[in-house]
Design a protein around this ligand. Structure first.
Ligand code: FAD
Length: 365
C-alpha cells in the first residue's frame, strides 16, 4: 500500500487527523472534491478582506487544549460575537439581554425586565410547536419580533407547524452583556481560516478537485485505512435512503464603501425579508483598513440530493436512519467516519478538532 491513511475531505476533521498522523510518521494522502482546502471553514482573500465563503465562522471554545492547539498554528485575533437583530428597521442586541430589554420596553433593571417577560409569557406545560414553546419561554414581544420570522425562514415552515424540540432553550441574560457565546476563549485566525489549514497540511500530499466516488476502487486500495468525512449515506450508496439536510444560499457583493453596516453580523428577523442575515466580513478582523467592503446575504434553502448539505435535520426519522448507517460504519474496521457529515451531526469547530485529536490518538495505539 502506498499510504497509511487516505483522508477524504480537507475540512477540520480531515486536516487535523492528517496533521497528527503525519507528525507520528505516517504517510497520508488528503483528497477533496472542492477546489480548495478547509471545507466549510474556508476563507478567501479579496481586497485584503478574509471572506467566509460558507457563512460566518467564529471560533469559540472552553477547551484549553483545543484553543492552544489552534493558536500554535496561527495567531488568533480577539473577537467577541455581538450580533444585532433588525426587525422592521428596529435594532436589538442579541443574545436577549438587558440592552435588548431596554430597547424593547425601556426597562432599566433586571427586576423590571423579569416582570415584563413574566407578564407576556403564555405558560404551557406541554408545548406542541415552536410557537407555543417560545411563547412559554420568553413571551409574546420577544417571540414576535426576534424569533418567529427568523425561525420560519430558517426552516421554510410556519412556526405553528414546526416541532417544539427545535427550540429547547432560549437563554435570557439579565446583564448588559452582548457577548453571544459563554465560552472562555473566542477569536478569529489572523489572515483567515485558510491560514490555519495551510499550516495543518504543510508537507502533506493534497489532491484537490478529486472526488472519492469518481474512482472509489482505486482509492480504496491505496491506503491501509480510510478517513472519510463526506456524507455517510453516500458512502453506503444510500442503501437505506438519503439523510435529510437544510441547505443555504449565499449572495456576496463588493461595495465601494468602507463600512456598510457597522457590525459583522446583522440578523433580519422579519419573515418578509428572504435572507436571515447579512455578514460584513471585514468586521471579523478588527482594524481591517480595506477601503472597500464585502457583504454576504445568507438565504436558508431547502435541500435535495446534489445541493450543499449544511444542517442535519434532527428528527426521529433521521435519527433512526442514521442509526442504521452507523451499524454499517461499525462493520468497516478500516474506515474512520468523522466530522459533521460522517457523523451526521452539527458540530462547532472546537468539537470537531477535539474529536479528530481523540481519533488520531486512538489510531496510534
Ligand atoms: P467540512 O468542513 O464540511 O469538510 C468536509 C470536506 O469533505 C469538504 O471540504 C468536502 O468538500 C469534502 N468531501 C465531502 N465528500 C467528498 C468526497 N466524496 N470526495 C472528496 N472530498 C469530499 N462552527 C463554529 O465553531 N463556529 C461558527 O461560527 C460556525 N459557523 C457555521 C456557520 C455555518 C453556516 C455552518 C454550516 C457551520 C458553522 N460552523 C461553525 C460549523 C463548522 O463549519 C464545522 O464544525 C466544520 O466545518 C466541520 O468540519 P468537517 O471537517 O467535519 O466538515
Amino acid at each position: 500500500m502506498k499510504y497509511d491513511f487516505l483522508i477524504v475531505g480537507s475540512g477540520l476533521f480531515g486536516s487535523v487527523f492528517a496533521h497528527e498522523m503525519t507528525k507520528r510518521g505516517k504517510k497520508c494522502l488528503v483528497i477533496d472534491k472542492r477546489s480548495h482546502i478547509g471545507g466549510n471553514c474556508y476563507t478567501e482573500d479579496s481586497d485584503g478582506i478574509s471572506v467566509h465563503k460558507y457563512g460566518a465562522h467564529i471560533f469559540h471554545t472552553s477547551d484549553e487544549v483545543v484553543w492552544n492547539y489552534v493558536n500554535s498554528f496561527v495567531p488568533f485575533l480577539p473577537f467577541v460575537n455581538s450580533p444585532v437583530a433588525n426587525y422592521k428597521g428596529e435594532l436589538y442586541n442579541l443574545p436577549f439581554n438587558m440592552n435588548t430589554f431596554y430597547a424593547l420596553w425601556g426597562v432599566k433593571t433586571p427586576q423590571e425586565a423579569r416582570e415584563k417577560i413574566e407578564a407576556s409569557r403564555i405558560a404551557n406545560a406541554n408545548p406542541q410547536n415552536v410557537e407555543e414553546q417560545a411563547l412559554s419561554l420568553v413571551g409574546k414581544d420577544i417571540y414576535e419580533k426576534l424569533i418567529k420570522g427568523y425561525t420560519e425562514k430558517q426552516w421554510g415552515r410556519d412556526a405553528k407547524e414546526l416541532p417544539a424540540f427545535i427550540i429547547k432553550r432560549l437563554p435570557v441574560r439579565y446583564t448588559f452583556d452582548n457577548n453571544y457565546f459563554n465560552d472562555v476563549y473566542q477569536g478569529i485566525p489572523k489572515g483567515g481560516y485558510t491560514k490555519l489549514f495551510e499550516a495543518l497540511l504543510e508537507g502533506i500530499e493534497v489532491r484537490l478537485n478529486t472526488d472519492f466516488f469518481a474512482d472509489r476502487q482505486a482509492f480504496e486500495t491505496m491506503a491501509e485505512t480510510i478517513v472519510y468525512t463526506g456524507t455517510v449515506d453516500e458512502f453506503f450508496d444510500y442503501c437505506y435512503g438519503p439523510l435529510e439536510y437544510r441547505s443555504l444560499r449565499f449572495e456576496t457583493e463588493r461595495l465601494e464603501t468602507e463600512n456598510f453596516q457597522g457590525n459583522p453580523v446583522i440578523n433580519y428577523t422579519e419573515r418578509e425579508i428572504p435572507y436571515t442575515r447579512i455578514i460584513e466580513h471585514k468586521h471579523f478582523e478588527k482594524g481591517n483598513s480595506s477601503p472597500v467592503t464585502i457583504v454576504t446575504r445568507e438565504y436558508p434553502d431547502s435541500w435535495t440530493l446534489g445541493k450543499e448539505p449544511y444542517y442535519p435535520v434532527n428528527n426521529d426519522e433521521n435519527a433512526a436512519l442514521f442509526a442504521k448507517y452507523e451499524a454499517l460504519c461499525k462493520e468497516r474496521k478500516n474506515v474512520v467516519f468523522g466530522g459533521r457529515l460522517g457523523r451526521y451531526r452539527y458540530y462547532d469547530m472546537d468539537k470537531v478538532i477535539a474529536e479528530a485529536l481523540a481519533s488520531a490518538k486512538e489510531w496510534t495505539k
